[in-house]
Design a protein around this ligand. Sequence first.
Ligand code: FEO
Length: 399
Amino acid sequence: MVVEIAKDVFWVGVTDWGIRRFHGFELSVHQGTTYNSYLIRDEKTVLVDSVWGPHSNEFIAKVREVVDPAKIDYVVCNHSEPDHSGSLPDIMRLCPNATMIVSKNGLLSVPGHYHQNWKFKTVKTGERLNIGRNELQFIEAPMLHWPDSMFTFVSGADVLMPNDAFGQHYASAFLFNDLVDQEELYREALKYYANILTPYSDKIIRKIEEVVAMNLPIKIIAPSHGVIWRKDPLQIVAKYLEWARQKPEPTAVVVYATMWNATERMAKAIAEGLIEEGVDTKVYHAALADGNDLMVEIFKSKLLVFGSSTHNNGILPSMAKMLEEMRGLRFKNKIGATFGSYGWSGESIKEMEEVFKRAAIPVVREGIRLKWQPTEDDLDKCRAYGRELAATVKASKEG
Ligand code: FEO
């Protein structure tokens, strides 16, 4: 179904109800997603972004409901990742004379993906393009989240199209933020931020300040995934500022990888110590938890307590995967601690501490390392360790 989101501005995107793994299976999307493309019917006809290639036919059928694709004058490619650009070859075949508008970096990435002889126009922040009753205004947004990323503001209809920014992997019956379950919406918006945008938090703050200073009369924020923010659209901007500042709650996440449950028993005892002292704590088995949901909990929490038994003189693969994901997201304002059981050599703690160091997360207590299965005394030591960590979390809150 095509939806007119503002006068002469149409959503011609696709809802992907079935997808559960995104980014080449690397990202879980429990509620599907949408690929939002927008068509502006003015004196000039403009298409802003497209959809992922497998959905080309549905997308083009929607474009045809609004205009003959041959009449498209401009195709704005705000960002070349294939979930938004994958249908460009199909739509461009139908409007071969259209000019494709990209950022300076888009001029590298779009041809790099598609190797087509399209007519390109590069734009910079502040450049405008009159299309009749509306005017397009472009804002480069490098690293939100690719170097080629760009926002397009449709002045007249007053719709900001920021591509991935403010999006959510959230397929829903209704397209607008005021018509969907708010808890689901914000859960998916936060998951999107934590897993995709966290490393660029400083840039996000600066970009939001820059856009606010432009005084754009934004009535609608229409991202490239999920619902469109039409009711109090700046609420998601305020949320992004809050998330980008990365002020975690005084809570703890205990994540463990275990072979024969010795490290698991340690994890539970450490968590008991934390909880005894009133610290809200969540415990996850690294091999069983959804890695992207786990990143959300890590995003929210101050204290990260990671445990692995020693395996092949290192850590278990599930912990290694989780640590690599965490390191890449460059979380700020965290503190860390480690634990693990071992039988022979016992290198796991050292290896996890090394990752914490590379992630610039200070280790606040020497790791607790036990041989074989823990005794009752050992478990008491783990509980005491948890209580010590609780004191550190509380001190960090007060500090
Ligand atoms: Fe939704 Fe960066 O692609």
